[in-house]
Design a protein around this ligand. Structure first.
Ligand code: NAP
Length: 264
C-alpha cells in the first residue's frame, strides 16, 4: 500500500530513542522527511544518521527540551527554513515520575503538566498554521494506556495524560474543516528504556537479569503474552499519518497487546 507519505515533512518529538525514534524511522521508511527532537545532542545526531542511512530519507536533528517554549518555536522555524512545509506532527515527551499521592509535591505536579500537556498545547499551536497550509495535516500524540485505564503507581500519568486525549477530541472538531486529523496512541508495555527504568525492573537488571528476564512477570496479564516492540507503535503512528487515515480523527488507540480491559 502506498501511504502517500513520500516528500511529506514530519516533526517527531522525543525521538532520539524509544517510541519517538521508532515512529520517526517508520515515517522515514515511507519517504517522509523527518525532523527529530530531544535534549541530548549526541544521541539525537546519531539517531538521525542511522535513520537517514537505513531509509534514504532526510532526518534532521534539532536539540529541543519540550518544556521550553523557545525551543519549540526554534524547532518549527528550523523545519520551515529547511523544508518549507510541515505536514505531520508527532507529539511525545519523557514520562512523568512514578509516585503515589502522598509522595508527590506541587513542583512534581507542575513539572508533569508542563512536560506532558503544556508542551503538547504549545507545539500544536506553533504547528497549526503550517498544517493548515499543508492541506493534509496530521497530529499524532504519543501518550499511554493511562489515558484509558489508570496504572497503579503512576498517578501523574493517570491524571495528566487524559487531558491530552480531551484536547485531541476537542481539537478534532475545531480543525476538521482544515483537513487536519488529530489522534492519540496509547502504548501499553513496550520494550524501551522507559519501561526498564521502572524501579522494580531496574532493580532486577542491576542484580544481573536480562531485559527479558526482568520483564517476564510483566507479561502474564497481556493477552498476546509478551512486551511490545517500539516498531509496532511506529507502524500505527505511520498509518495515522497516511493519506488513507483521513477519516480517522479524535480517537485514542491502544497498542497494548490487549492489556486494557475496557470496551472503549
Ligand atoms: P524512552 O525510550 O526513555 O525515550 C524517551 C525519549 O524522550 C528520549 O528520546 C528522550 O531524549 C526524550 N525526552 C525526554 N524528556 C524530554 C524533554 N523534556 N524534551 C525533549 N525530549 C525529551 O521512553 P519511551 O518508552 O519511548 O516513552 C515515550 C513516551 O511514551 C513517554 O512519555 C512514556 O512515558 C510513554 N509511555 C511509554 C510506555 C512504554 O511501555 N515504553 C508505555 C506507556 C507510555 P532526551 O532524554 O535526550 O531528551
Amino acid at each position: 500500500m502506498d501511504l502517500g507519505l513520500k516528500g511529506t515533512v514530519a516533526i517527531v518529538l522525543a525521538a532520539s530513542k524509544g517510541l519517538g525514534r521508532a515512529s520517526a524511522a517508520a515515517l522515514a521508511a515511507e519517504g517522509a522527511n523527518v525532523v527529530i527532537a530531544a535534549r541530548t545532542r549526541q544521541e539525537l545526531e546519531q539517531t538521525a544518521r542511522e535513520i537517514q542511512q537505513t531509509t534514504g530519507s532526510r532526518a534532521l536533528p534539532v536539540p529541543v527540551d519540550v518544556t521550553k517554549a523557545e525551543d519549540l518555536t526554534q524547532l518549527v522555524e528550523t523545519t520551515i527554513q529547511e523544508f518549507g512545509r510541515l505536514d505531520i506532527l508527532v507529539t511525545n515527551a519523557g514520562g512523568p515520575p512514578f509516585g503515589t499521592f502522598d509522595n508527590l509535591n506541587d513542583e512534581q505536579w507542575q513539572a508533569a503538566f508542563e512536560l506532558n500537556l503544556l508542551s503538547t498545547v504549545r507545539i500544536i499551536r506553533l504547528a497549526l498554521p503550517h498544517l493548515r497550509t499543508s492541506g493534509r495535516g496530521r497530529i499524532i500524540n504519543i501518550q499511554s494506556m493511562s489515558v484509558k485505564e489508570p496504572i497503579m503507581g503512576l498517578l501523574l500519568s493517570n491524571s495528566i495524560r487524559p487531558g491530552v486525549a480531551g484536547l485531541a477530541k476537542t481539537l478534532a472538531t475545531e480543525i476538521g474543516a482544515d483537513h487536519i486529523t488529530i489522534n492519540t496512541v496509547c502504548p501499553g508495555r513496550i520494550m524501551t528504556d522507559r519501561i526498564l527504568s521502572r524501579p522494580d525492573i531496574k532493580a532486577k537488571i542491576e542484580q544481573g537479569m536480562s531485559k527479558e528476564e526482568a520483564t517476564a512477570d510483566q507479561t502474564h496479564d497481556i493477552p498476546v503474552g509478551r512486551i511490545g516492540k517500539p516498531e509496532e507503535l511506529g507502524a500505527l503512528v505511520t498509518f495515522l499519518a497516511s493519506a488513507q487515515a483521513g477519516y480517522i480523527t479524535g480517537t485514542s488507540i491502544p497498542v497494548d497487546g490487549g492489556l486494557i480491559r475496557s470496551l472503549l
